[in-house]
Design a protein around this ligand. Sequence first.
Ligand SMILES: C[S@@+](CC[C@H](N)C(=O)[O-])C[C@H]1O[C@@H](n2cnc3c(N)ncnc32)[C@H](O)[C@@H]1O
Length: 273
Amino acid sequence: MLSSHAHRTAENSAAQLLPELRAGMDLLDVGCGVGTITVGLAQRVAPGRVEAIDVSEQVVAATARLARDHGLAGTVRARVADVMDLPFPDASFDVVHAHQVLQHLSDPVGALVQMRRVLRPGGLLAVRDADYDAMRWYPDSTGLERWRRLYTDIARANGGTPDAGRRLLAWCRSAGFTDVTAGSSTWCYADAQSRAWWSDTWAERTGAVDVPGLGRDAVSRGVAMAEELASMAGAWRRWGSDPDGWFVVVHGEVLARKEAGPGQEAWRRIAES
Ligand SMILES: C[S@@+](CC[C@H](N)C(=O)[O-])C[C@H]1O[C@@H](n2cnc3c(N)ncnc32)[C@H](O)[C@@H]1O
């Protein structure tokens, strides 16, 4: 799973945010994972401060290492923290970013309320999440349909929302954001190299029952036997070796601006007059 996250970059996963970033902005990356997106964001906002948080000690250490390797040790501070209890005062950041995090949370709106709290007035929230029920592929495969059902059932049993992408606009509005722009974007795997990588990633995550991941989760919940998982992994490998294979991952995404406070509004009017 961690190796699949390492292919993510600011360019392929946060394109909606990049035109908004400026040197000197303070940015919080929530659920930073192994940090490959974080470093791309940090390169754009340096010398601004970047805080990267995640509940997993292992990935926080990986983010800190990657930041050092990119010469960003003075910009990125990675630490273990829970989005539901962000260890920052109100109005600490110009930008708060979370990629494929809300879909895993049992209270995504509560998380967004926290993220809004730490934004400065006029600051920007950027969130992006996948929508598993909207994923499409070719050619048809009953093995991949069974994999999708298994993944979404387990994600829901774990308290997550695998079709989070379509709900981001609603969740942001529920969390109090009023200036919200929603859109969508995709990852598409349709050349030999990306097809092989995507299919290997999922074949391993599904078929391996002795390491943390979908396969082990399925067995421990008693919802699939090792043989069924091996058959789904086989469907992934067959799809991956088909030169006609095409797979699109649909994402919902949102940019939401925290409304400027009355003081800032008055200042803007004075500045414009
Ligand atoms: C799918 S990964 C995405 C990682 C990274 N944003 C990326 O796209 O490469 C989701 C991450 O959210 C983290 N996470 C889950 N629950 C969290 C919470 N309550 N607070 C902070 N991070 C959390 C996980 O540990 C995991 O690293």
